[in-house]
Unconditional design. Structure first.
Lengths: 227, 227
DNA sequence: CGGTGTTTTGAATCGATTCAAGGAGAGTGG
DNA sequence: CCACTCTCCTTGAATCGATTCAAAACACCG
């Protein structure tokens, strides 16, 4: 299970680079981080369930967290995969009382856990901290809209192609990358069944994409762009 | 085309009920509204295109605005339908330079248009206004996540059923509603082709949903809930 | 009453899911 | 070093849900 500790200085330094903290002054940062503790989690841990009373929001230091909505019939729809530097649950800072999605840890992870009530009080005194939250929320909103638009417009191979193009390290006309997590998690992130991701990869073979385990090579970025 | 005018007092009063303004003090509200003008628009007017430099954000006073992302092949994916009281484009307040979706007016509409640069300056002096923006962004983020989750999990009849249940005026076990816009717009909002919406309605007939023009009657809310 | 634009219906097709079975790879124990 | 096992990924076949295109029905407005 999880253990809560004070944030170490190294963890504070890592958090300093996270979007939700990065634009704050030294004092504001200290004040905000004082509302947080570090929690260490195991894969499959559930941080909270859809409908639970919301007491904390989180920022990912390491590992991955999956946000999803459980359906009435037992199926689940993934909403977002949070990577190191991402935060989630800030949208409940003002008037949220319940979470409206569930959160599950997907790798050994370390999270900063912010007490919503304390941050709420802090916000009264130092409303400039709200600006940091605006920045974080704006970014989430934009990326969620992106996701919605690609769900509605792009086919599976197209979505995989854009993921590859935005996450690879280019090298001349070719490129390569290493997936930071399992393919099944990538599938959920893209709104696909694992089988559909697999088929998308084999469809992309003709566009010069070679997959072996978590390593992916792209022989021609322009060709991939055309998809 | 559009004409820009000062906000009338009646318009300011309407705007006062909008989420983005409603939590502000009298002074803050005045300061924020001083950044805005009223624009009157015709159906089909494009407020801005994906990729345009972002100078304004908007709040809808009357009418409807469709936010969408144009795809490379000419098709379009709708992201959100903004109703009176909604605002859009606030996510660009901090570091946005370009819009990343297009906005089209869908009925004769009146909008409040806020100058992003002025609001940005105002935010320096009165950071509490950021709180109002946090409130608005949080709500958008939650509803966009809802939308994403239902796209990924629910069938067309299920999505239509939940729209009906959340927008109808109940009356005992039955209910009714009048669509505020064309069916084709509702279809886009739900991420469907117009034909699919039509078919969803006929599938819901067996669940006691009667459609005639824009008027919809629900004979049994419990039955609809089961879908 | 006729004309325009919207909605419905039908048939064909597509893209993705589901279910079931067959690899491939990593780790374990003999 | 080799089987054994577990997990994850891939492949195939059937199915489903939604889109597309085309045509017919309907509604609204002059």
């Amino acid at each position: 299970m999880t253990t809560a500790l004070k944030l170490s200085n190294a963890q504070k330094a890592t958090l300093g680079k996270a979007l939700i903290v990065s634009s704050l002054s030294r004092n504001e940062r200290e004040a905000l981080l004082a509302c947080a503790t570090a929690v260490r989690c195991q894969p499959q841990d559930i941080l909270f369930h859809d409908g639970d009373t919301a007491d904390y929001f989180y920022s990912v230091l390491s590992g991955y967290v999956r946000l999803y909505r459980p359906g009435s019939d037992g199926r689940e729809a993934d909403i977002r995969i949070c990577e190191p530097g991402d935060s989630f649950g800030e949208c409940l800072i003002l008037d949220g009382c319940d979470y409206n999605y569930s959160a599950q840890v997907m790798e050994p992870a370390i999270l900063a856990r912010f007490n919503l009530e304390k941050v709420r009080e802090l916000l009264e005194d130092q409303p400039r901290i709200g600006i940091a939250i605006v920045r974080s929320l704006s970014q989430h909103l934009l990326s969620t809209m992106d996701c919605l638009a690609s769900d509605r417009m792009q086919t599976a191979p197209q979505r995989v192609a854009s993921y590859l193009l935005t996450h690879c390290t280019p090298n001349g006309g070719t490129a390569s990358l290493r997936l930071p997590f399992q393919k099944s998690l990538l599938a959920r992130k893209l709104g696909l069944a694992p089988e559909a991701l697999s088929r998308a990869f084999s469809a992309l073979r003709t566009a010069g994409v070679t997959v072996s385990g978590r390593s992916i090579a792209i022989s021609n970025m322009d060709m991939l762009q055309q998809i």
